[in-house]
Design a protein around this ligand. Structure first.
Ligand SMILES: [Zn+2]
Length: 475
């Protein structure tokens, strides 16, 4: 019982490899045909092609991820995923790597599968994959890709109807960290106690802010996040950046903010350059996005870049060339008007976007487009947690246009916040019509448009039709 007997498992393995190769090829072709057909039908999207690929080859994600020599970077957390993942992907491209990257919030398994396949050529897999990953998808994605880096931005109460409590979300990501690949690292926000706690028992690199930074927005109530994740005692802060992010410690169990290896330590030229401390020295890096939340995104990206072995010059070029992520304060010229587009999806994000709007001193027009479809979250009661009382006067908008399926909820919310009714224009229903009405009204420029996710897709179609923005792939 030697030769013949032993050769059988070998044959089976060969067969299995052959099947996997064949299936991968089928998934690759299938996803491309479906993507091409949906583009012809005028429906961009990576969800359907990704679903078809997963149906043709259920192991497609693992099969492509295994072949990337540079490994897989998963980027997760409540806010800042898209921007941070975009920054990391931009740096890697600057370094000459061929990168698989799900660009525009396509962060569930089908979107991930399609991103990997899109960068795949038979015999030539992508070098590295940077995958923005929904928190609840992390426990499914991590075992498939065995990540080299899991980057966690922050944890906020988000889309409660989908995730339930904060601790559930933290647990999802914690489970994912158990599947770090060999030599893999967690890149964690030291300033968020709920993220920092994930560093126990894994190889972690922490990042945070150490420069004097004010959010410009209100210090909103951190809600449940103000309690220690270890012992439940209320946390104490020497500095709070916003919500529950800052220099924290727990008087109950002694847990405290870990010292970050990668930290923002200062600015030059009114914030156009960031000074970032890394274990490889202090780097001076360009950055142009507004808001404290974007400083966190920048430092997070630099921390991941450092873990991936990128040098200062590569990061400098990568950050400088980086266009603003989809829907994250994107600047658009449309019919001669200056439009800025920023996604809003939860109270913290909305507060931060309004703080960024308030940092622009010009009088302006604001358009808020609230939808309540599945991708937006069905429950719009989160609008009541936005600090509009403080922020509507600071935003200096001559007029607030409210549109979308839940325009009336937003209008009521604004009125309760003290905004005079004559400054509010309601255009209920399609966000396209609402945005066009606001733009045709010839009020103050610039026009800031703040939509929820599906409203953003709708609004962007208005600009795409006239060539003001390039089409993108939706989730
Ligand atoms: Zn504690």
């Amino acid at each position: 019982m030697t030769g013949g007997f032993r050769s059988r498992p070998r044959m089976r393995r060969k067969e299995a490899e052959h099947t996997a190769g064949w299936r991968l090829w089928a998934a690759w072709v299938g996803a491309r045909i479906v993507a091409w057909a949906s583009r012809l039908a005028g429906r961009g999207g990576s969800s359907l092609p990704g679903r078809v690929a997963l149906w043709l080859a259920p192991d497609v994600v693992a099969a492509v991820a295994r072949q990337t020599v540079g490994g897989v970077v998963l980027v997760t957390g409540t806010n800042g995923k898209t921007t941070t993942a975009g920054l990391v992907a931009g740096m890697l491209r600057t370094a000459g790597r061929r990168v698989a990257h799900n660009r525009s919030g396509a962060n569930l398994l089908p979107g991930i599968a399609f991103a990997l396949l899109e960068a795949y050529r038979p015999g030539a897999p992508p070098d590295t994959a940077v995958l923005e990953t929904d928190e609840a998808t992390v426990p499914r994605a991590a075992p498939l890709v065995r990540p080299r880096v899991v980057l966690v931005t922050n944890f906020f109460r988000d889309q409660l109807d989908r995730y339930g409590e904060l601790s559930t979300t933290v647990r999802y990501v914690g489970t994912g960290l158990e599947y770090l690949g060999p030599g893999g690292r967690a890149v964690l926000n030291a300033d968020d106690p709920h993220v920092a706690q994930l560093g126990e028992g894994v190889e972690a690199v922490y990042y945070g802010l150490e420069a004097p930074v004010e959010s410009g927005g209100p210090l909103e109530d951190p809600g449940d996040a103000r309690f220690c994740p270890q012992c439940g005692t209320e946390l104490v802060y020497t500095v709070r950046r916003y919500a529950h992010l800052g220099l924290w410690r727990c008087p109950g169990c002694g847990a405290r903010r870990p010292t970050p290896q990668v930290a923002l330590v200062g600015f030059e030229e009114a914030g156009r350059w960031l000074r970032i401390r890394t274990p490889a020295g202090e780097w001076r890096l360009p950055f142009g996005l507004p808001g404290v939340y974007n400083l966190y995104n920048a430092v997070a990206a630099v921390a991941a870049g450092w873990v991936l072995g990128l040098d200062a010059q590569t990061m400098r070029d990568g950050l400088a060339s980086r266009a603003v992520a989809f829907g994250r304060m994107e600047g658009i010229r449309f019919r001669g008007r200056e439009v800025r587009l920023a996604l809003v999806k939860n109270p913290t994000g909305f507060n931060q976007v309004l703080a960024a709007v308030a940092s622009d001193p010009r009088p302006k027009t604001l358009v808020v487009a609230i939808n309540d479809l599945d991708a937006d979250g069905r429950d719009v009661s989160w609008l009541w947690d936005v600090d509009l009382e403080t922020l509507w006067p600071r935003a200096r908008a001559e007029r607030w246009w409210v549109t979308g399926l839940r325009a009336r909820d937003m209008a009521v919310r604004l009125k309760y916040a003290g905004c005079p009714p004559e400054r509010i224009a309601v255009c209920e229903g399609s966000p396209e019509r609402g945005v066009l009405a606001a733009l045709e009204d010839e009020g103050a420029d610039p026009v800031y448009v703040l939509p929820t996710y599906t409203a953003l897709l709708a609004v962007r179609r208005v600009f795409e039709r006239e060539g003001a923005v390039r089409p993108f792939r939706e989730g």
